[in-house]
Design a binder for this molecule. Structure first.
Ligand code: PEP
Ligand code: MG
Length: 603
């Protein structure tokens, strides 16, 4: 039966494919694809864990048998028996094998996927006793996952698809479609680190139950340039493994089990989208200049040095934001037990510079905390804090760990010997933070000098992400060469709306008069003082804001490479001399959005 789930659109386009459910377990498990030649090893990992758990349960049974009825209730022996049965059950073992062999899931992913499949069957049972066995199954799977910890193979970057065999078509007439169909990912939540792994995969679209439009998970999804919907509440409960799903990333709708008519309609929309992309691709080599001759820099936001490839391809004239924290995330899945050291970071920054072929690269120092946690074991635990978005994140984190910060600064300064680097500091608000940061940068430079190591000059920039910073620009401009406006956080902190919380997503309003005034004032003050200014939050890649930002005087926009051509099209059609009066009206309006519709904005 066809039904739709509504969420928030984060990345445009239509994806049609079969659902791959990523189920959250109480144990944090890695999800990645293995190589075909690793199938046997992965099946062995499950078998070895199963034998170990069986032994563990049998030992427990033996010790229970030795206890008197007062020490061990007789239900305990029965329970252990049930766990042993579930452990050996063909539905579990055969199902796990199926996901490993057919889909090339790693063992942990296969286990949690099969747990989800069987748990749903338990949920549907009439008999209450049997329904309650779901909890036992969960415990058994958790024991297995515990056993498998530390035995994972190294992450395989691309998900090879299983070869179709003659049997497939004989056994099931729809098998051909099922195997060749694109896969779409459905999850309750995905951490930005998970997303980073999936970035290397072939998923055609994403849906998550939670998250806001500018949550970091949404940001990584957008950088993958595939249709995505977040905040779809109960999608992961309603969709089943292998369901056919349409993701409408423009409308924020997920259609499950679509009828042939709906499929045909969305297939048409999908082709229209492809044609539009083809048209935009022609703008790639065209310089971004407005009708009245204003040159505009369209820069790329990247998460990894390898993203520079897409940035250059999209016609970016530099990197306006390298979110360096992504180098520090998802390391456990790669069996890396430490944070990247100076040499590893230096090599990564250098790769980014080389990737940009002589164009400038803006590296932002590590911005972890809030919805970008590092792997739990490697760093101090941040979950105990009541409100992580207002807690120890970004520069606050760095200043709380000067050794880590100095390591990063040294790596960036060394990389600056190979090309133009701009060093950007996130989330500053206090003069004391500015002073400490600048002192640490000087210290890092002196350390390199003492070691006799080659390093380069960098321009220093601060992100304007907190209203306190936007209201004290003169202080910032005394100390920094340029400013970059992080609208994602500026909106969050100005409006007191958690950017990752879908329940308040309707109040997360980039066109709120307070936000627009802070952005406009920051641009104006930088221009008055002849300092560089750019916007690197999601607003920069949203074509609905291009004219307004141009009208405010902005000439440097940084966004995901996938958004560059659409924004360039807006730039090419704009005449900034006609935008100023309208921009002023928008800034003075009670409801700016009403003046920003295509009909109300000057053409
Ligand atoms: C921002 O806050 O707008 C920004 C670019 O930083 P991030 O999204 O990484 O917090
Ligand atoms: Mg930010």
């Amino acid at each position: 039966m066809t039904f739709a789930v509504h969420g928030l659109p984060v990345a445009r386009g239509i994806a049609i494919g079969r659902a791959v459910l990523v189920v959250s377990s109480r144990l944090d498990v890695a999800h990645y694809f293995i190589k075909p030649e690793e199938v046997e090893t992965e099946i062995d990992r499950v078998r070895i864990a199963r034998n170990a758990v069986a032994e563990e349960l049998q030992k427990l049974q033996a010790s229970v048998a030795l206890m008197g009825p007062n020490d061990a209730p007789h239900e305990l022996a029965a329970l252990l028996e049930v766990h042993l049965m579930l452990l050996q059950d063909e539905v579990l073992t055969g199902g796990v094998k199926h996901w490993i062999v057919e889909r090339l899931y790693n063992a942990e992913w296969a286990l949690t996927t099969q747990l989800e499949v069987v748990a749903r069957q338990f949920d549907e049972m009439e008999d209450e006793y049997l329904r309650e066995r779901k909890a036992d199954l969960e415990q058994v799977v958790e024991r297995l996952l515990h056993r498998m910890k530390g035995t994972a193979a190294v992450l395989a970057p691309t998900p090879p698809r299983r070869k179709r065999t003659a049997d497939d078509e004989d056994s099931d007439p729809t098998a051909r479609d099922a195997i060749d169909a694109p896969l779409v990912l459905i999850a309750h939540d995905l951490s930005p680190a998970d997303m980073l792994q999936f970035k290397k995969s072939v998923f055609a679209g994403f849906v998550t139950d939670v998250g806001g439009r500018t949550s970091h998970t949404a940001i990584v999804a957008r950088s993958m340039d595939i249709p995505a919907v977040v905040g779809a509440r109960s999608a992961s409960q309603l969709v089943r493994q292998d369901d056919w799903v349409i993701i409408d990333g423009d409308a924020g709708v997920v259609i499950v089990d679509p009828s042939p008519i709906i499929l045909a309609e969305y297939g048409f929309k999908q082709r229209q989208g492809d044609l539009e992309r083809g048209r935009l691709a022609r703008l790639r080599h065209k310089p971004a200049v407005t009708l009245d001759g204003q040159k505009v820099d369209l820069l790329a936001n990247i998460e990894m040095p390898e993203d520079t490839l897409g940035a250059v391809k999209a016609g970016a004239v530099g990197v306006g934001l390298f979110r360096s924290e992504f180098l520090f995330m998802g390391r456990e899945a790669q069996r890396l037990t430490r944070l990247p050291d100076e040499e590893e970071q230096y090599q990564a920054y250098r790769r980014a510079i080389e990737g940009m072929q002589g164009m400038p690269v803006t590296i932002r120092t590590i911005d972890v905390g809030a919805d970008k946690p590092l792997d739990g074991k490697m760093v101090r635990d941040d979950e105990s804090h009541l409100n992580p978005a207002l807690g120890l994140r970004a520069i606050r984190w760095s200043l709380a760990d000067p050794a880590m910060f100095l390591t990063q600064i040294r790596a960036i300064l060394r990389a600056a010997a190979h090309g133009e680097i701009l060093l950007l500091i996130p989330m500053l608000a206090h003069i004391s933070e500015i002073r400490q940061t600048l002192a640490l940068i000087d210290f890092a430079r002196a350390e390199l000098d003492n070691r006799g190591m080659v390093h380069g000059k960098v321009k220093l920039g601060a992100m304007i992400e907190v209203p306190a910073a936007a209201l004290t620009l003169k202080i910032f401009l005394k100390h920094f060469d340029f400013l970059s406006i992080g609208t994602n956080d500026l909106i969050q902190y100005t409006l007191a709306i958690d950017r990752a919380d879908e329940s308040v997503a309707h109040l997360y309003d980039p066109a709120h008069p307070a936000v627009l005034r802070l952005v406009a004032e920051t641009i104006a003050e930088c221009r008055r003082q002849g300092k560089g200014v750019s916007v690197c939050g999601e607003m920069a890649g949203d074509v609905a804001f291009t004219r307004l930002l141009l009208g405010m005087g902005l000439r440097s926009f940084s966004m995901h490479p996938s958004q560059i051509l659409a924004v360039k099209q807006e730039v090419l059609r704009a005449d900034t001399s006609k935008l100023q009066a309208w921009t002023q009206q928008v800034l003075e309006a009670d409801d700016p959005a009403s003046l920003m519709t295509p009909a109300a904005a000057p053409q």
